[in-house]
Design a protein around this ligand. Structure first.
Ligand code: CU
Length: 209
């Protein structure tokens, strides 16, 4: 435990120590017509052999207005997520996804125990009571990730020079986007763009709750 703590501290110090030479990667994501896409998970995986530090941060997906908020989360493998219920009604969260199967029986308030997501992959959450409730959790091994904002832009701080493989994922995309290599040199900013073809929006999804 002591050793683990020391290693984490050293890793944190190394991270702080290198931020001066860090490079910011900006990624612009749009659909095939060029419209900016929000809620895209962008991940930069360090090249083989490069260290993959753990920066585990607890995350939260609340339930409010019979919705999961946020709709899309991205966390590093091993992180935990808590699920506070801020509705008056009870929810019953479940996932059948291979990366994390669980079943959080009917509850209200903060009664739900946090869940640890220890396998990389895509986890789709639903509620047994409210069929319209859905959330996506992308669990990734790399600590370098971000979600695109309303302008379709994700910014990832990378710890200095090195090569990375950058990928983009949206819950409504068709197939998989190609992985793009990027090399960070010194503190020069780098930029990439992705176009992700989207499935037509299902009639179901257009329902206003
Ligand atoms: Cu519910």
């Amino acid at each position: 435990m002591k050793t683990a703590l020391r290693m984490m501290t050293l890793a944190a110090m190394a991270f702080i120590g290198t931020t001066a030479g860090a490079g910011t990667l900006s990624v612009q994501v749009s659909d095939s017509s060029g419209k900016p896409l929000a809620d895209v998970v962008v991940v930069a995986d360090p090249d083989a052999g490069a260290p993959v530090p753990k920066y585990l941060k607890p995350a939260e997906i609340e339930q409010r207005g019979q919705k999961f908020l946020p709709l899309v989360s991205v966390i590093q493998t091993g992180s935990r997520i808590s699920f506070p219920n801020n509705d008056r009604v009870k929810h019953h969260i479940y996932s059948f996804s291979p990366a994390k199967k669980f079943d959080q029986k009917l509850y209200s308030g903060v009664a739900a125990a946090p869940q640890v997501f220890d396998k990389a992959g895509i986890v789709v959450l639903g509620c047994n009571i409210h069929d319209s409730m859905i959330a996506y959790v992308k669990v990734v091994d790399s600590p370098y990730f971000a979600k695109t904002d309303a302008a379709g832009v994700a910014r990832i701080e990378l710890p200095g020079a090195g090569k990375y493989a950058v990928s983009a994922w949206h819950y409504n995309m068709i197939g998989m986007a190609g992985v793009q290599p990027v090399e960070i040199k010194g503190d020069a900013p780098a930029a990439l763009s992705f176009k992700l073809a989207q499935k037509p929006v299902a009639a179901d999804a257009a329902v206003v709750y």
